[in-house]
Design a protein around this ligand. Structure first.
Ligand SMILES: Cc1cc2nc3c(=O)[nH]c(=O)nc-3n(C[C@H](O)[C@H](O)[C@H](O)COP(=O)(O)OP(=O)(O)OC[C@H]3O[C@@H](n4cnc5c(N)ncnc54)[C@H](O)[C@@H]3O)c2cc1C
Length: 406
């Protein structure tokens, strides 16, 4: 699975970036949408260099390893109690100031809130198979390093170079498939025979998932809140489902802390959904459009698709949408945009110098007389701001821009 540079920045804020970097794999290779003929339809750019977030823009990982690091990280906080293997059956009589339901696609907290589901149109079962490939096999060595979206109308598939020996095949179910039999050796191996066979790899794990594209309206009711798949689900064509949930956590964490400490009014929490929902939706809508490219099986659809790419392949990057309206001052393209993370003159990454606080960056002359309760970083980001017609910016603890001095 994959996460991006902004998410690494969120792990950095949690003090876990180095541990996670050691257990994941940064990749300069993007993704390619290819037909069986080898013709490339679309390319998601990869990058050799750190992205504007100060980290590589693409990291590949095995989700249980990442979740293990996050869970172990909780041990640093004596006030956190973890109850594993327990099922929450109701939140009606919980003795808690707030409850954040990160309880996945079938969220019980969402039902208690009574959120309204908005269907974004894509619902399709896929078989997901992790295989451990023999690194010495010439066929393993010949596998693509980039993520391959194999646009074969007979059998759309995705091939991901996960980490170490692990490769993932995601295989679209076709009419007539028996989901229970798809991993039978005589059915599974022929499907991926153009890349690997049983002599090159072993199946580690397989499951059928239905990819959904939905957002929920209603991420909060009183003391109940939602985050992650509980309030949005995306098909994985951009590798952004968990990333979206991490962004929720980053947006909500400082607001919740401020309200709990009585440093901000309770209404600050109402900016969480208004900011995050349009942002999450932009990623999901792009994933649905990408899904239409790879999932096309009907000859008329394929002809229309190929017509669109007749002039050559299209290149795209991850979207970088602004937050929706919420906790920001004024309007314009910078308010609610993510501020980049430069390296400071002393070698530190900017976020490490700020911590979980507000900060003001930009022209030194504008900053020198300020005595605010925020970190001042004179000169930082000055060129980036100047290119966008601004002289200084006030950054929120999640590094989105609250206000700018024009
Ligand atoms: C094939 C596939 C590929 C993907 N690839 C990527 C990728 O490359 N990049 C990416 O960012 N994302 C990817 N995702 C999405 C990612 O896996 C999810 O978005 C992410 O796991 C959601 O996290 P979550 O914590 O919100 O929900 P979940 O992971 O669903 O966790 C919810 C947890 O709550 C628990 N729970 C639920 N109800 C209760 C209850 N009543 N009591 C107690 N516990 C409860 C569940 O047991 C579970 O442990 C992919 C998903 C799939 C299926």
């Amino acid at each position: 699975m994959h996460f991006d540079g902004e998410v690494m920045r969120i792990f950095q804020a949690a003090g876990l970036a180095n541990r996670i970097a050691a257990a994941t794999r940064p990749s300069p290779h993007g993704a390619r949408y290819e037909e069986p003929s080898g013709r490339t339809l679309m390319i998601r750019r990869g990058s050799e260099r750190p992205d504007p977030n100060g980290w590589s823009g693409s990291w590949y990982f095995h989700q249980p390893v990442l979740e293990g690091i996050l869970r172990q990280g909780l041990a640093r906080f004596p006030n956190v109690r973890v109850h594993l293997g327990e099922e929450v059956t109701s939140v009606d009589n919980l003795d808690a100031r707030f409850v954040v339901g990160c309880d996945g696609a079938r969220s019980l907290v969402r039902r208690a809130i009574g959120s309204r589901q908005v269907d974004l149109g894509l619902h399709q079962p896929w078989l997901v198979v992790d295989v451990l490939a023999d690194p010495e096999s010439p066929r393993t060595k010949a596998l693509p390093l980039y993520s391959l979206q194999f646009c074969d109308p007979a059998r759309p598939m995705t091939l991901v170079n996960v980490n170490g020996r692990r490769r993932r095949w995601e295989i679209m179910l076709m009419p007539g498939d028996d989901p229970a039999r798809l991993t039978d050796p005589e059915i599974f191996w022929p499907m991926i025979a153009r890349w690997l066979g049983p002599e090159d790899a072993e199946i580690e794990r397989a499951a059928v998932y239905t990819f959904h594209s939905v957002v929920q309206e209603g991420w909060r009711r009183g003391r109940l809140l939602l985050a992650g798949d509980a309030c949005h689900q995306t098909p994985p064509f951009l590798g952004q489902g968990m990333c979206t949930g991490m962004r929720d956590a980053s947006n909500l964490a400082w607001k919740l802390a401020a309200v709990v400490r009585s440093e901000a009014p309770d209404s600050l929490l109402d900016t969480y959904e208004s900011e995050r929902l349009p942002h999450a939706r932009a990623f999901i809508e792009l994933a649905v459009r990408l899904g239409a490219v790879i999932q096309a099986t009907d000859p008329a659809e394929i002809a229309a698709r190929n017509q669109r790419f007749a002039e050559g392949s299209t290149t795209f990057d991850f979207p970088a949408p602004q937050l929706g309206p919420g906790y920001g001052h004024g309007t314009g393209p910078l308010i609610g945009a993510l501020f980049p993370q430069p390296t400071l003159a002393d070698g530190r990454l900017m976020d490490d110098a700020i911590g979980q606080r507000f900060a003001i960056v930009g022209e030194p002359a504008l900053l020198e007389k300020l005595r605010p309760d925020a970190v001042l970083l004179p000169g930082v980001g000055q060129d980036w701001l100047a290119e966008r017609g601004a002289r200084a910016a006030l950054l929120r603890p999640d590094r989105y821009i609250f206000a700018v001095a024009p």
